[in-house]
Design a binder for this molecule. Structure first.
Ligand SMILES: *[C@@H]1O[C@H](CO)[C@@H](O)[C@H](O)[C@H]1NC(C)=O
Ligand SMILES: *[C@@H]1O[C@H](CO)[C@@H](O)[C@H](O)[C@H]1NC(C)=O
Ligand SMILES: *[C@@H]1O[C@H](CO)[C@@H](O)[C@H](O)[C@H]1NC(C)=O
Ligand SMILES: *[C@@H]1O[C@H](CO)[C@@H](O)[C@H](O)[C@H]1NC(C)=O
Ligand SMILES: *[C@@H]1O[C@H](CO)[C@@H](O)[C@H](O)[C@H]1NC(C)=O
Ligand SMILES: *[C@@H]1O[C@H](CO)[C@@H](O)[C@H](O)[C@H]1NC(C)=O
Ligand SMILES: CC(=O)N[C@H]1CO[C@H](CO)[C@@H](O)[C@@H]1O
Length: 477
């Protein structure tokens, strides 16, 4: 299943680049034309629909999942520009959307419409300048780049990977537009080697690769299983050590790749710190011990590669508004703000890492929050994303939330080196890559209103996060 392109010969590269560019151009043109037809009517919301996000296929929505962390944070302004290639009859429209994210409210305004006068799809960079500006992968910030259409993608399919669970198996659940699988992230400053599953397996030979975090980390872990499985000749030589089938409910898994004597494991923990119960007055209530690690932490010890995350559960809603929820020792905070609690929990986590992880034996990664793209509501109030079938245009500027700066701040104070897997920006373009209604099989779909715009279809965006992990292990020590 590995289809790698040689980048060692310059002419090959130039040829590959031209082919990629031409096919991308065709694809862009086709998509923009078709999305324009479909969205003609929804481009212009009526004045009183300002707070209603109408999501046309090319509308930019950046409902940053964790905007609720700091409702008092200053407004973030995101400008997004869309160009649609001119249609054959001469005139089409550009819409300029502007979104302001203020606390939890998302406002979109149609600012301007104009006629296009020329077609500008993709520019070929001049070849002579290009070579000199490329950096070595070791010095390259791979988070800067763009999504390019690549017909060699996806790296696996629903048929070649048995580990995709229902929640992420969009194609098996009936999604018909499949172009979301074909986008490859291309760093702007360097040529990133392609993901090589055999090489990755060799790098983790005899080791434990462990993912710890919420369901978005399960998403990434399943992606890793799928990627690696493509290099395994005998499927029987990969199995779950306790014969567990992957489901949403169960919390820990360890897959053994026999030929490489390695395991790829996942432990669910929504907050990294310990969820529990405590007596408040006469009632026993759920609390979160922000000063103690999750109970499964003893099992993560001794892993050779640890990939942590926590993000989506740190919301006002999921933490009982911070009222009688956060606990330290015997004390329950009557009210605590979610960013303060998040910071304390991360400090608990960082002390655990500093105390329990030997940097000579273990590499630690922390993956940043992945964005959600709910429009017209939240995850529990009719928010949707089904309409999108294209990534957002690259001129869209990803926002950077306060929760991520808390992560960076805590990481800086640690003794143990922790690599940030900075996936937030590149994932923000991928409004098209969520399961939406295809997170469940048609027969299990209860209500049309519920869409999943938080998790990611597989194959899809988490493959890129794992590619980053691969690049770090391969090149950056
Ligand atoms: C092209 O533009 C014309 C006039 O605006 C419009 O009627 C037609 O539907 C457009 N065609 C496409 C393919 O967008
Ligand atoms: C995105 O929009 C900009 C200008 O608004 C345009 O120059 C560019 O070609 C567009 N990119 C794509 C991929 O369509
Ligand atoms: C676009 O151009 C057409 C004809 O050239 C004109 O009738 C129309 O009003 C223009 N639309 C906008 C939004 O400027
Ligand atoms: C993969 O998806 C296709 C299209 O929905 C479906 O027909 C097929 O049964 C799926 N394969 C598996 C193994 O789920
Ligand atoms: C992938 O890595 C393996 C082991 O390092 C190597 O033998 C193989 O040639 C690589 N495959 C490609 C397509 O580069
Ligand atoms: C992570 O990426 C975002 C945008 O992609 C960037 O603004 C931010 O500075 C990056 N953070 C770090 C620590 O590199
Ligand atoms: C792989 C692994 O650590 N599995 C453990 C998951 O949790 C159960 C108890 O809930 C243990 O028995 C397993 O060993």
């Amino acid at each position: 299943m590995e289809r790698q392109r040689s980048f060692s010969v310059k002419s090959t590269r130039v040829l590959a680049f031209i082919i990629t560019t031409i096919s991308s151009a065709i694809v862009f043109f086709t998509f923009f034309s078709s999305s324009l037809i479909k969205s003609n009517s929804s481009l212009y919301p009526t004045p009183d629909s300002n707070f209603q996000i109408d999501l046309s296929p090319i509308a930019a929505i950046s409902a940053v999942s964790d905007s609720s962390v700091s409702p008092q944070a200053s407004p973030i302004l995101i400008s997004t520009h869309f160009n649609s290639p001119e249609n054959t009859s001469g005139s089409s429209k550009i819409s300029v959307f502007e979104q302001k994210i203020r606390g939890e409210s998302l406002v979109k305004e149609v600012r301007e419409t104009a006629n296009l006068t020329s077609i500008k799809v993709i520019e070929l960079p001049s070849n002579n300048g290009e070579e000199k500006t490329k950096k070595r992968i070791e010095e390259c910030d791979v988070t800067k780049g763009k999504w390019v259409y690549d017909s060699d993608y996806p790296l696996y399919t629903n048929a070649s990977c048995p580990f995709i669970d229902e929640g992420f198996g969009c194609q098996s659940n009936g999604r018909l537009d499949l172009n979301y699988m074909n986008w490859r992230w291309e760093p702007q400053d360097c040529d990133a080697p392609r993901f090589n599953a055999t090489k990755m397996l060799e790098m983790i030979r005899g080791k434990r690769l462990v993912f710890v975090g919420d369901s978005i980390n399960r998403n990434q872990w399943e992606s890793m299983l799928c990627l690696l499985f493509q290099a395994v000749k005998d499927p029987k030589r990969v199995y779950e050590t306790h014969n567990r089938r992957i489901t949403k409910e169960k919390g820990n898994y360890s897959f053994r790749f026999v030929d490489y004597k390695c395991t790829v494991e996942f432990y669910v923990t929504h907050f990294l710190v310990r969820e529990g119960r405590a007596r408040i007055g006469k009632k026993r209530r759920e609390t979160l011990r922000i000063d103690a690690m999750d109970r499964t932490s003893s099992r993560w010890k001794g892993a050779n590669i640890l990939v942590f995350n926590t993000a989506h559960w740190w919301s006002h809603y999921k933490t009982k508004s911070g009222v009688n929820y956060y606990q330290e020792g015997d004390q329950i905070h009557p009210k605590l703000d979610v960013s303060t609690a998040f910071k304390k929990a991360l400090q608990t986590w960082s002390s655990w890492v500093d105390k329990n992880v030997d940097p000579k034996k273990t590499r630690v990664f922390f993956r940043t929050a992945a964005p959600s793209h709910f429009s017209g509501g939240e995850w529990n109030s009719g928010g949707h994303c089904r309409e999108a079938n294209m990534p957002l245009n690259q001129t869209f500027k990803p926002s950077y939330s306060s929760k991520k700066s808390i992560v960076e701040e805590v990481l800086k104070q640690m003794r143990t080196p922790v690599t940030l897997l900075n996936v937030s920006g590149l994932s923000q373009y991928r409004i098209d890559a969520h399961p939406s209604i295809y997170g469940t099989k048609p027969e299990n779909r209860r209500s049309k209103a519920v869409q999943d715009c938080s998790h990611w279809c597989l194959p899809g965006v988490p493959d890129t996060w794992n590619h980053f992990l691969y690049l770090h292990l391969l090149h950056k020590r």
